[in-house]
Structure formats: structure tokens, C-alpha cells
Design a protein around this ligand. Sequence first.
Ligand code: ADP
Ligand code: 5GP
Length: 186
Amino acid sequence: MSKGNIYIVSGPSGVGKGTVVKKVVEQNEQIVLSVSATTREPRAGEVDKVHYFFMTKEDFGRIVDEDGFLEHAVYCGNCYGTPKKAVLDKVEEGFDVILEIDIQGGLQILDKLPEAMGIFVLPPSYKELEKRLRGRQSESDDVVAKRLDAAKAEIKQSYLYDYFVVNDTVEHAVKSIKNIIESNRS
Ligand code: ADP
Ligand code: 5GP
């Protein structure tokens, strides 16, 4: 079996990355999702080791010191990181691995691993982004405001990515991401 590839999926918080990527992975056995580590609190319904490896700042710092992350970044006050070994092992086994991470982390990976591909997910409009983020009801108003500010900065840097996908409908965005990955494989 030939080696797989790494796909970075980034985009503003609330754009629908999680929703879309979950479906892409469910619909293709050769594509897997990397589970990140974070110091943020779990949201209602989030399960440790499934959605994230939830950990303290001290444990996160230890993994940084051991060089155990492929990339890591601080996003809106919390630390997030991609476990290095788990991702590289899956790539060696022939799986395509999606990293659903922020643009700071995405750019670190594109710099280190030039064969990785960046896919940036855009909202149909800023108004719709705000609506989705508030509609999720997972963050307080001040956290939503921070995330909307971060969105503007992220979109400005998005030109550094290889592909753009507008998440107008989930079906359309899923199809676009699957097409990118499948056509790259063949
Ligand atoms: P992200 O992972 O980018 O932060 P989520 O996947 O949590 O975003 O989606 C944020 C909210 O937007 C969720 O309530 C989700 O159901 C909704 N959503 C996702 N995609 C769409 C879409 N294409 N149209 C309308 N609502 C969407
Ligand atoms: P959330 O708190 O909404 O789950 O994620 C906030 C942001 O952190 C999102 O943009 C998400 O893609 C990003 N993120 C999740 N995991 C990682 C990671 O391992 N590294 C980096 N750099 N960002 C991540």
C-alpha cells in the first residue's frame, strides 16, 4: 500500500468544519481524522479521546517539551496540538489523515511537510458565520466575539492554502473535500 497524505482543514470557528469533516470521514474508509490535544474545557457531549485529548496546561507543556506535537498553537486563550506519532503512523499505513486545525498550526505543517495540502473552508457570508457560531450555543458572548475577531485574521491569511471550499450546504462542501482528496490520490 502506498503512503497516505496529510490534509489540513482550517477555517473560522463556526464555519462548519467539524460537521463537514465528520461526514467526509464517515463516507471514505481510507480517510481518518486526527484527534488533537487541547487545554480547553469539554463542551456538552464531547468525549475525551474521541473529540479531543482534554488535558491540563502542565501535561500539554510536557508533550511540547518531548517534541510530541507535529504542530501546536494558542487559539483564543487555549492550547491545541496535533499528536505527531499517531498522524505519521497512519500516513505510513496508507491512510489520508485530516487535521482539523487553526491556520497558525496549518501554516506550521505546510512549512514542515511540503507534501501536505491545505483546504480552507469559507462561510457563504460573514453574517451567516456569526449566525452559525451563535446558533451552536456552545460559547458565551465574549468567546463568540473573540472567535469572530480571530475569523477575520484567519481569512486574511487563507491565500496561503491550496484549496478553498465554501460551506454553503453541507452536501456540497463534503463533495468538494472528497473530490480534492480522491483526485489527489489517483
Ligand atoms: P466548526 O467545526 O467550524 O467550528 P461546526 O461544525 O461546529 O463548526 O458548525 C457550527 C454550526 O453550524 C453547527 O450548529 C452546525 O450544525 C452548523 N452548520 C454547519 N454547516 C452548515 C451549513 N452548511 N449550513 C447551515 N448550518 C451549518
Ligand atoms: P474548538 O475549540 O472550536 O474545538 O477549536 C478552536 C480552533 O482550534 C478551531 O479552529 C480548530 O480547528 C482549532 N484546532 C483544533 N485542534 C487543533 C490542533 O491540534 N492544532 C491547532 N493549531 N488548532 C486546532
